[in-house]
Each structure stands twice: as structure tokens, then as C-alpha cells.
Design a protein around this ligand. Structure first.
Ligand code: CUV
Ligand code: SF4
Length: 647
């Protein structure tokens, strides 16, 4: 059966719908068809009560069989399954961080090939933040010392993770009190795997607290390290203009797509693609040039630092190939669909996998080495150029849609923009929040999911919030969704923003929707919230702030880990569809209600983006009331008629 028969619009994005139709017409299966073929999805799975953690099982909980063979009940089973997701998500982000630390160390040792310290100022700033001795060390020596320090954060140690000290003091003290401060990233993941093994930890509350500990090792340690090292090696992002959606693919140039999450090789592709010899080679082969575009977070990384265009978000990876105009797709790790080779077979596209831990059947494999990064990049670009001749022009169908955007909002940049020319500070933002012109700040993050019309919830929630004078921070596929809808052009977003938000944004020169980067850059959102808190006037802990997080269309285990470290940090998190916990009332209640009394944060599940905005506003206004900043009447601009009515 075809997708389009009863689901005419799989997306709010016309480019996506156009390519899905093409896939239908040509009988090429995509994620949307496979989603259909999986219906109805297993209720034991979606409610979290299927256990296969030992080989007496698998067991599944029903009213007739309320316990697994070992005696585990629904609470234990649901909690254990959730913890394994948190462990996997933490492992993914943190392994990515480790790769970057290894590259930093190679650079320090002079073995990093063409990689270098792109941002020596940030290097010193980060080193100082963690009390790594900067005095008397040149950049390379300091990079080596910092890399060594970061490496210590992975293994188990008697001490809790040092990078947790980036959090507000009150929050750190709470983590200590709750005993959820991690002692090493790898050990936090291992501990969850151990605790969820058959016959170990059975108390669902105790299990969930263990999950929070591991998630903190993701957000405040592994992801934070990944972001910091990316900035040091590749540069701290600054505002930059680019374009997004399948329409960025070129009819006349060699199109190369980078997809996945690790920025290391794509950085070199960015360098190599602008080398005159490469461009000349492309022209020699009849192409107008080389066009590098991205999908998923590798895209966000090269966008943030080089302004390279984005071809699409998660659900567009197969669709990019369906344009018939992609010479090569280069993938690294995470969110890469194993279906890609099947789609490739129908076109001339070459699929190259570049991570030693990630191989896909039928994809070409290269073993990436940092020392030869630039060489790898040149070879790949040459191979893509050679493949241009195989493009069947008659089968090229590139959707028209492409939208302008501005990205590149690191904390450092926001700091400078808000502070103006003389002094960097978050003060103007805090003042605007305190006097109510900005009601609060919300991070909207996460993936796409074929369970819902793609991009729709991201875009609607963002529109609703800026309309209600909330500043929105974004990363990942959420940012790409909003970019496609035009919300990352300051002009368009300002036009849709509420009056007082618009007034502030225009005064300080920031757009109302800020693209902060990839999913590991959610650590930037944690630090943005911390910066606001430290600036003063809005309470003493993150849980006092009128802020929230949302992942309206999430799908990955990484998103599960992210949601938990937001909640462990005291934040309210609204997910577009629930975690797999409905099978345990106790776990569900702990996460959505009782958690507020423990960490100050909690989850809510709300599929309707307008209702999600209502929930978030209620939370924000509640926090404002508690801070006593709703006391004085907001500065409202009355017109003459309203003034007369007032007296
Ligand atoms: Ni992590 S946001 S699909 S790529 S995790 Fe991948 Fe960034 Fe989701 Fe998008
Ligand atoms: Fe069944 Fe218990 Fe084994 Fe899970 S751990 S599969 S509930 S016997």
C-alpha cells in the first residue's frame, strides 16, 4: 500500500512530500513505507513491559501475568529498560566526545595532520575553567594537557566528574545530596548496564535515580567536552548565513552530502572542497563546482562553522538520494539509516562510511585517520567528481524549496551580542526576563519521527512560543525543521514574535530563535541557562528559572538521555510522545510528578504542539510567580483608547 493513499502529507515540508511521492511512483521504499509496514506497533514494547534481559525470558507483563519469570514486576522492567536507553544515549554522545579528545591530543603531539588549534582563545578559556595550568604553556602544550585532563573524565575515579563544576553551586550540592553526581562517563554507563542485569537493582525509584546520574555524565561531561573540543579544534561558532532544504542541491555542481554526527572528517572536506585544484578538477569533469551539503548533526557542525548548506534533517536522508543529484554521501556515526544502500542502488550515488565502528552492508568503507584527514577528504572529493559523469540528468529531480537561515549562536557569541561592544554580559537578557518583556527561555531540540507529520510540531511549537514572547534556543533536527520553515531568518522570526520579544530582540540585535548547533551542543543550552542564573536576579538554581525544554518529534536513545539530564538539572521537559513507561504507573508518576520534588524538574508528554506551548507557558508563569517578578505590572504599551479605558 502506498503511503500517500491515506497519509497525503508525511511532512509540513513540501520538498519532503515531493520526494516521498517520487519514491512511491518509482517503487523505492522509504522510512515512511516501512513505518506503515510496522503497524500496529507492539504494545508491550511501547509501554515498556517487555523484558528480555535474561534467557529465562522473554517475559511480558499483563494483568494475568503481573511478574516476569524471575519475579520482576512492571515497575522494575519499565525502569530497567529506560536505563538501558539512557546508557546507550550517553555512550553515543560521549564516544563522539572521546574521538574529538583523541584528535586534540594528536594535534598536541604534532601528529594531527592538517588539524590545528583553530581557536586558541577558547582553548585557554576552557583550560582555565577546569584549572588546567595555562601559565608557561604554548598552545600545543596546553592542548595536550587539556586533552589529558578530558581523558580522565571518562574513567572511574574516586572524585566526581570535574566538569560538573560548570553547573551552579546549589545544583552541584543537590546532585551530591541525591548521590547522582557521576564519577566518570564510562563507569556511569557500565554501572547502568550492571544494575539492569538480571537480579541486581529492582527498586524502580533507585533505578531511575541511577539513570539520572548517567544522564548527567552525558550532558555535563561527555557532551560538554565534545562541544568544547569542537570549538577549540574547529572554531567557536559565530553568526553565519546559509541555506537549507533539498533545494540547496545543485543541478550543475558535484553534490556531496555529509551525514551523521562527527565533525572531524567533514571539517577537512570543507577545507579540501575550496582548494583551487579540486575546483579545477570538478570543472575538467564537466561540473560547475563542488557543493557540500549536510544532513543531521554533521550538517549542523559544518553549518555553524563554515556556513555550508543543509540538505535536510533526519527523515530526509533517503530523500536526498532520491533527487538523483547526489554523487556521494559520506556517513560517520549515529542516525544513519541502514536502508541507504537500497536507495543508492536506484541511482548513481556512492555511499562511503568513514568510522571504524560504523559499517553498513554495501557501503564503501574507509578507515579514517586524523593524520591523513585532508588526504582522505581530497580522495573522497575526487571520487565524487569522477562519479559526476554517471549522473543521469534525465532522472534528476531537485525540489525547489530552499530557505535562508542564520545560525552560529554559541554562548560566547550571545554573550558578545548582548553585551555590545564594550562589555560581554547576559544582563540585557536577564533584565528583559525580569521586567517581563521576555517571559522565559525554551530549548526546542531533537529528531524527526515518522509517527508524526515531520517538522510540524517543531515549527508550530516554536511559532507559538515566540508569539507568546518566549526566546527559543534550538539544536539538532529541530533547528533544521524551523530553518526550513523560515524561522531562522531574523526578519521572518521577528515578524512572528510577540511585540515585547520583538522589541528586545531588535534592541540587542539577536533573533528570537537561536540555532546553537548539534545535539551534543545541548550542553550549550545548559550553559546558557547557567549563565542567565549567574547573571543574577532570577533565583539561585536552574530550577528557579522561567525556562523549559521540549523535544516534540524525538526518536533516538540520545534524546532519552538528553531529556533526563535536563530533568536532573531541574528543568521541565515536554516530550511530543511519551517514553516507553506507560506500563508502570509508578515510573510514569515518578517522572511526570514526583520528580519535581526531587530534582525540581519533571517530564510531561504532549503530542499537540499548541497544548505543549500551553503547558510550557503555565510552567514559565509559575516560575515567574515564585520569583516574584510577576508582581509589578508588566510594561505594557497602551494605545490612547486603552489608556482612556483604564481611568
Ligand atoms: Ni543527534 S536530532 S536525528 S541529528 S539525534 Fe539524530 Fe543530531 Fe535526532 Fe537529528
Ligand atoms: Fe523475564 Fe526476569 Fe529474565 Fe526479564 S530478567 S526476561 S523478567 S526472567
Amino acid at each position: 500500500m502506498s503511503v500517500t493513499e491515506d497519509r497525503p502529507n508525511v511532512s509540513r515540508d513540501p520538498a519532503t512530500n515531493q520526494m516521498v511521492e517520487r519514491a512511491q511512483d518509482e517503487g523505492i521504499p522509504t522510512v515512511f513505507d516501512r513505518y506503515k509496514s510496522q503497524q500496529p506497533q507492539c504494545k508491550f514494547g511501547t509501554t515498556g513491559v517487555c523484558c528480555r534481559l535474561c534467557h529465562m525470558g522473554p517475559c511480558r507483563i499483563t494483568t494475568k501475568a503481573p511478574q516476569g519469570i524471575c519475579g520482576a514486576n512492571a515497575d522494575t522492567i519499565v525502569a530497567r529498560n529506560l536505563l538501558r536507553e539512557i546508557a546507550a544515549g550517553t555512550a553515543a554522545h560521549s564516544d563522539h566526545g572521546r574521538m574529538l579528545v583523541r584528535t586534540l591530543k594528536l594535534v598536541a603531539n604534532g601528529a594531527g595532520g592538517a588539524y590545528r588549534i583553530a581557536d586558541p582563545l577558547r582553548l585557554r578559556e576552557v583550560a582555565r575553567a577546569f584549572e588546567v595550568e595555562t601559565e608557561g604553556r604554548d598552545d600545543l602544550a596546553l592542548a595536550g594537557a587539556l586533552a589529558d585532563f578530558f581523558m580522565t573524565q571518562f574513567a572511574w575515579s574516586e572524585e566526581t566528574n570535574v566538569t560538573l563544576t560548570m553547573a551552579p553551586e546549589k545544583r552541584q550540592a543537590l546532585w551530591e545530596k541525591l548521590d547522582i553526581a557521576p564519577h566518570g562517563i564510562d563507569s556511569a554507563v557500565v554501572e547502568l548496564m550492571h544494575r539492569t542485569h538480571m537480579g541486581v537493582d529492582h527498586d524502580y525509584k533507585h533505578l531511575i535515580m541511577g539513570g539520572l546520574k548517567c544522564s548527567l555524565a552525558d550532558g555535563w561531561v561527555g557532551s560538554l567536552i565534545a562541544t568544547a573540543v569542537s570549538d577549540i579544534l574547529f572554531g567557536t561558532p559565530k553568526p553565519i548565513r546559509s541555506r537549507v532544504n533539498l533545494g540547496v542541491l545543485s543541478e550543475t555542481k558535484v553534490n556531496i552530502i555529509v551525514h551523521g554526527h562527527e565533525p572531524t572528517l567533514s571539517e577537512m572536506l570543507a577545507v579540501a572542497s575550496s582548494e583551487p585544484e579540486m575546483v579545477a578538477y570538478a570543472k575538467e569533469k564537466g561540473a560547475a563546482g563542488i557543493n557540500i551539503a549536510g544532513i543531521c548533526c554533521t550538517a549542523n557542525e559544518v553549518l555553524m562553522r563554515h556556513g555550508f548548506p543543509i540538505a535536510g534533517n533526519f527523515l530526509q536522508q533517503e530523500l536526498a538520494i532520491l533527487t538523483g543529484a547526489v554523487e556521494m554521501m559520506i556517513v560517520d556515526v549515529q542516525c544513519v539509516m541502514p536502508s541507504l544502500p537500497e536507495v543508492m542502488k536506484c541511482f548513481h550515488t556512492r555511499l562511503v562510511s568513514t568510522s571504524e565502528i560504523a559499517q553498513t552492508f554495501d557501503a564503501e568503507q574507509i578507515t579514517f585517520e586524523a593524520a591523513h584527514g585532508l588526504e582522505h577528504a581530497r580522495n573522497l572529493i575526487r571520487a565524487a567528481i569522477d562519479n559526476f559523469a554517471n549522473r543521469d540528468k534525465a532522472r534528476v529531480q531537485i525540489p525547489q524549496e530552499s530557505m535562508e537561515l542564520v545560525a552560529g549562536f554559541s554562548n560566547e557569541t550571545i554573550f558578545h551580542m548582548l553585551g555590545g561592544r564594550f562589555r560581554s554580559t547576559f544582563r540585557p537578557l536577564n533584565d528583559a526576563i525580569i521586567d517581563g518583556r521576555i517571559r522565559g527561555v525554551v530549548g526546542i531540540v531533537g529528531c524527526n519521527n515518522p509517527k508524526v507529520s515531520s517538522d510540524n510540531a517543531h515549527v508550530t511549537l516554536t511559532q507559538e512560543l515566540i508569539k507568546r514572547n518566549v526566546l527559543v534556543l534550538q539544536t539538532g533536527c529541530a533547528a533544521i525543521a524551523c530553518a526550513k520553515a523560515g524561522l531562522l531568518t531574523p526578519e521572518a522570526a521577528l515578524a512572528q514574535a510577540g511585540d515585547s520579544l520583538r522589541e528586545v530582540c531588535e534592541a540587542v540585535g539577536i533573533p528570537p530563535v537561536l540555532h546553537m548547533g548539534s545535539c551534543v551542543d545541548n550542553s550549550r543550552i545548559l550553559l546558557a541557562a547557567t549563565n542567565v542564573l549567574l547573571e543574577g536576579g532570577l533565583g539561585e538554581d536552574l530550577s528557579d528559572l522561567p525556562v523549559a525544554g521540549a523535544a516534540p518529534e524525538w526518536m533516538s536513545e540520545k534524546a532519552v538521555a538528553i531529556g533526563h539530564y535536563f530533568v536532573a538539572s531541574g528543568l521541565y521537559v515536554v516530550l511530543g510522545h511519551p517514553l516507553y513507561v506507560a506500563g508502570s504507573e509508578n515510573v510514569d508518576r515518578l517522572l511526570t510528578e514526583e520528580m519535581e520534588g526531587i530534582t525540581g524538574g519533571k517530564f510531561a508528554w504532549e503530542p499537540d504542539p499548541v497544548a505543549a506551548a500551553d503547558l510550557i507557558m503555565a510552567h514559565i508563569e509559575g516560575k515567574r510567580d515564585a520569583l516574584n517578578i510577576n508582581q509589578k505590572k508588566e510594561r505594557k504599551l497602551y494605545d490612547m483608547k486603552e489608556r482612556r479605558e483604564l481611568v
